[in-house]
Write a new protein. Structure first.
Length: 280
């Protein structure tokens, strides 16, 4: 599951009391029916669905208003799982789906094809958010910025060490600062919102509580009782309640971080911030 939100080209006054400041997304990555249980309890929270897992979207479709739905092309899953899904399949899906925002059909390791896909989808009358990956030459990010794309997603950071992640984020914000470019952090923890005025993020950290056997609530580890005979995989999926509790805690922490760093966010999106204020 994932949260996401975007605004128009001219961003209005940024208020911590405005619902538009709640930019986190939950990422829905599985097909377990329990997902529907905790999704339905968060009707006013933004959710990111992967095209690679269309069954999950179908499970919750109609239970969420379109403005709370974002669609990811599932490029990473398609690539790693070898799924037989094409850009034309994605376009067909988007034309029928209910959603507010969607990402480009990105091709990992091929920025030129990813750019061509952006234009191809747009030629079918659809708007999608560009995707720029860690490890791609920054001239490709600059091209998107120069062409007026004001909301860009940053990917390729999952599983990378901070020694790689941080310089990447620093460079992206340095390039995007002049235009107040809004960045979405694909797979990023909400904790990065303390240092960077990320416009939106998505992650699936909450799903891991069943696998890890514990929740982290207000800095404390709380163990989840294990059912006798339950396998590790069953523990991951059987019970949605710990997932929902951890998710609500993550959202609380996220909102708190945004409020504490409101001035940085406000100044960045108004184009009144220096790079030292962003990174320092």
């Amino acid at each position: 599951m994932t949260y996401s939100i975007a605004m128009g080209k001219n961003m209005p006054h940024y208020s911590v009391d405005d619902k538009r400041s709640e930019l986190m997304f939950i990422e829905v990555i599985g097909i377990n029916p329990n997902h529907a249980e905790y999704l339905s309890q968060l009707p006013h929270t933004h959710h990111l669905f992967s095209f690679a897992y269309q069954q999950v979207y179908e499970t919750i479709n109609g239970k969420l208003a379109p403005e709370y739905i974002m669609i990811d092309s599932g490029g990473y899953s398609i690539h790693t799982l070898g799924l037989d899904l094409t850009i034309d399949d994605y376009i067909k899906f988007l034309k029928k789906a209910r959603y507010k925002y969607a990402f480009n059909f990105d091709i990992i390791g091929n920025p030129e094809q990813t750019y061509e896909n952006q234009k191809y989808i747009e030629s079918h009358g659809l708007e999608v958010i560009p995707v720029f990956h860690l490890g791609t030459p920054y001239k490709h990010l600059q091209r998107y910025i120069n062409e007026g794309y004001n909301y860009i997603s940053l990917g390729g950071m999952v599983g990378k060490h901070n020694k790689i992640r941080i310089p990447f984020l620093n460079k992206c914000f340095t390039l995007g600062m002049k235009e107040g470019t809004k960045f979405h952090g694909l797979g990023l923890s909400h904790k990065y919102c303390k240092e960077y005025p990320l416009y939106s993020i998505d992650n699936s950290n909450h799903i891991m509580v069943r696998r890890n056997g514990k929740m982290k609530i207000r800095g404390r580890d709380i163990k989840i009782p294990r059912v006798h005979g339950e396998t590790r995989e069953e523990r991951r999926w059987n019970d949605a309640e710990p997932v929902l509790i951890q998710l609500q805690e993550n959202i609380r922490e996220y909102k708190e971080l945004v409020k504490k760093n409101w001035l940085k966010y406000h100044k960045y999106f108004q184009g009144k911030v220096t790079i030292n204020e962003v990174l320092g």
